[in-house]
Design a protein around this ligand. Structure first.
Ligand code: NI
Ligand code: MN
Length: 226
């Protein structure tokens, strides 16, 4: 699998010959200026919740790529209204079998409304099982006991967790979350984009190392083979 980071909580995973983009927020991110949004041509766009820092570029990318959206019922209905009709509305606990693997929507403890203020449903994370490996993207969430269910559904190869604190869990809770989901390889997201979520990189890596876990802090534009 190949992971490419586009800043904040936006990344693409290439698996089974498909490109899956998560939580597109690029044009509004000062730090992601060098990313050409038109060069991103995913097959699928997965959206964890309706906040602008996760959905701002979804409509443009869905329209230019013809990609298939997977998100909550409320987010997919909202995308339909914006003219993006190719999508799968789901809700917590549901699993969808795609041509790259299975996508399961899991609980996230956060909030969700859409850029025009309309109701965004409840936020989610995704557990994705494929023939090339399994991973968990937590979306925006606090640490929650629900994460302990995830090993019942998936033996994870890596997890993508928010670590920036303030709007989501911070470093200490993210280390516990990695333990709850039984995963030793973590990619950190949702950090440094705004003043509220600036982190100390060395401290972050060493906190995970102390728990015998690897924390990867990707650079914007960087691709990592996993
Ligand atoms: Ni959010
Ligand atoms: Mn967010």
């Amino acid at each position: 699998m190949k992971f490419t980071y586009y800043g904040h909580s936006c990344f693409e995973i290439e698996v089974a010959g498909k490109r899956i983009l998560f939580d597109p927020f690029i044009s509004g991110n000062e730090q992601a200026k060098e990313i050409d949004i038109n060069s991103i041509q995913p097959d699928y766009v997965l959206i964890s919740h309706g906040h602008g820092d996760h959905i701002a570029d979804a409509v443009q990318i869905l329209k230019s790529s013809g990609a298939f959206a997977i998100s909550t019922y409320e987010v997919v209905m909202w995308l339909n209204k914006q003219g993006c009709e190719n999508g799968r509305p789901m809700n917590h606990g549901g699993q969808f079998k795609t041509d790259f693997g299975t996508v399961k929507l899991v609980n996230a403890v956060h909030s969700s409304d859409l850029p025009d203020g309309s109701y965004g449903g409840n936020p989610v994370g995704f557990v994705i099982n494929t023939e090339e490996g399994n991973f968990y993207y937590a979306g925006d969430t606090a640490l929650t006991m629900d994460m302990k269910l995830i090993p019942l559904w998936s033996k994870l190869d890596f997890s993508i967790l928010p670590i920036g604190d303030n709007f989501t869990m911070g470093l200490d809770d993210a280390v516990i979350a990695a333990d709850f989901v039984d995963c030793d390889k973590i990619i950190g997201v949702h950090f440094d984009t705004f003043g509220f979520i600036k982190i100390n990189h060395e401290e972050a890596v060493s906190k995970f190392a102390a728990a015998k876990k690897e924390l990867i802090l990707p650079k914007i534009g960087q691709s990592i083979e996993l």
